[in-house]
Design a protein around this ligand. Structure first.
Ligand code: SF4
Length: 263
């Protein structure tokens, strides 16, 4: 819980250095380039592509404290080597309490991110970025050539989207190669550990690797259920129901049952 937005910068102003600035104007006026990073494969690859193309840009990451432990670890690994501006959310409540952590906010409000109302992205990511950037600006978005249909033209409040991976025909495999060529491991899919968009299989992996987080998720479901007066589950069924299903796949080696010949 925090009352002020903070900004931590890694290296000089969070701007990738040692590059010559590519000329890219809006209505003839040079504008700043930003790269919005979630620290999944695409945004990391896009970082390296922009760097290799000599674009001077500022990479931004919103740390809302609820990304998966694997993503948090990768952010640290990356930011130790490359400049990234780290922003913190500052979400207020009617009760006058402010939060920079998405889980703490949910716990306090007795709510949970939902596939029906995607308020979490807006409150804890988009608004934070929009508040921070100088406008007008270019905002680079990590959508690769294999998922070009997801790219949407946006001119929201002077923020123009750019999709350089698509412009250069770089697909998912190309992204992985770019990252490997720069000597870093390929990151896992990024996202919050209690994201309702996760598959049941991903939640079972979470149970295996981070049982403590499953306890926190259970607590959240309990609080929401108490608030609304009926059972509530992150996946339209409680987390325990998700975990009880297909228990045979709980451990990786269970995909290959042991020989039962008795020898
Ligand atoms: S990853 Fe999921 S829970 Fe996290 S902000 Fe995005 S939609 Fe919400």
């Amino acid at each position: 819980m925090k009352s002020k937005q903070t900004k931590n910068m890694n290296l000089e102003n969070g701007v990738a250095r040692g590059q010559s600035a590519a000329t890219c104007c809006m209505d003839g006026v040079p504008v700043k380039h930003y790269l919005s990073m979630g620290f999944g494969v695409n945004s990391v690859a896009l970082y390296f592509l922009l760097m290799d193309q000599g674009v001077e840009f500022e990479a931004i990451y919103v740390d809302h404290g609820a990304d998966s432990p694997e993503t948090a670890k990768y952010v640290k690994l990356f930011c130790d080597k490359y400049p990234v501006t780290i922003l913190k959310p500052d979400a207020g409540t009617r009760e006058g309490v402010r939060f920079d952590n998405l889980y703490d906010y949910c716990h306090f409000k007795k709510i949970i991110p939902s596939v029906k109302h995607r308020w979490c992205t807006d409150r804890f990511k988009v608004r934070v970025v929009h508040k921070y950037v100088d406008k007008p600006c270019w905002m680079h978005i990590g959508i690769d050539a294999g998922e070009a249909k997801r790219a949407k033209i946006s001119t929201t409040k002077g923020i123009e989207h750019r999709w350089v991976l698509i412009e250069n025909g770089i697909d998912r495999e190309g992204c992985k190669k770019l990252i490997a060529d720069h000597g870093l491991p390929v990151p896992r899919k990024s996202g919050c550990w209690f994201c309702p968009y996760q598959t049941d299989a991903q939640l079972r992996i979470l149970r295996r690797e981070h049982p403590d987080l499953i306890c926190k998720l259970r607590t959240l479901e309990k609080r929401v259920s108490e608030k609304i007066g009926r059972p509530f589950g992150i996946k339209e069924k409680p987390i325990d129901a998700v975990l009880m299903e297909k228990q045979g796949n709980l451990w990786p080696d269970m995909d290959y049952p042991p020989c039962e010949c008795g020898l």
